[in-house]
Design a binder for this molecule. Sequence first.
Ligand code: DQA
Length: 161
Amino acid sequence: MKIVVIQGPNLNMLGVRDQNIYGPMKLEDIHAQMKAFAEQNNLEIEFFQSNLEGEIVDRIQECMGDADGIIINPAAYTHTSIAIRDALAAVKIPAIEVHLSNIHAREEFRHTSLTAPVCAGQIVGMGPFGYHLAMVGMTQILNEVAAMKKAQQAQQQAAQQ
Ligand code: DQA
């Protein structure tokens, strides 16, 4: 099972940028923790960060037929990008949206997420721990999908007999 983690614009600046909002942790440290969780749970994991909307759309499309789950923080594109929303909807891979800060408690323009409605769930306001919660949530989703597929296969086999 493979999870792709997609990070949007300015998240490469974590640890430097607005520490009072996003805290002191760097993106590579968050990714190191996610990698450790993945290894402990026999999951493959890949990380991608871009400041460009089209590159994020391309990376989501590349997940088709390759990844089983997507964890995404679209950052500022959360509030503006129909293109990223459409890409997430098109690939039909379960996705979890993460925000370090509580976007609902910040400026009004951050209250709307264009991407959350096409995700399985949204985690906000938990800081870097939100990515760990997303890993736990995604593991649960992947287990449920695998169990469903197995049950469907058993049903099909029984129908053929
Ligand atoms: C963010 C919230 C967005 O509103 C903001 O533009 C970001 C980071 C978060 O993780 O809290 O860049 O996605």
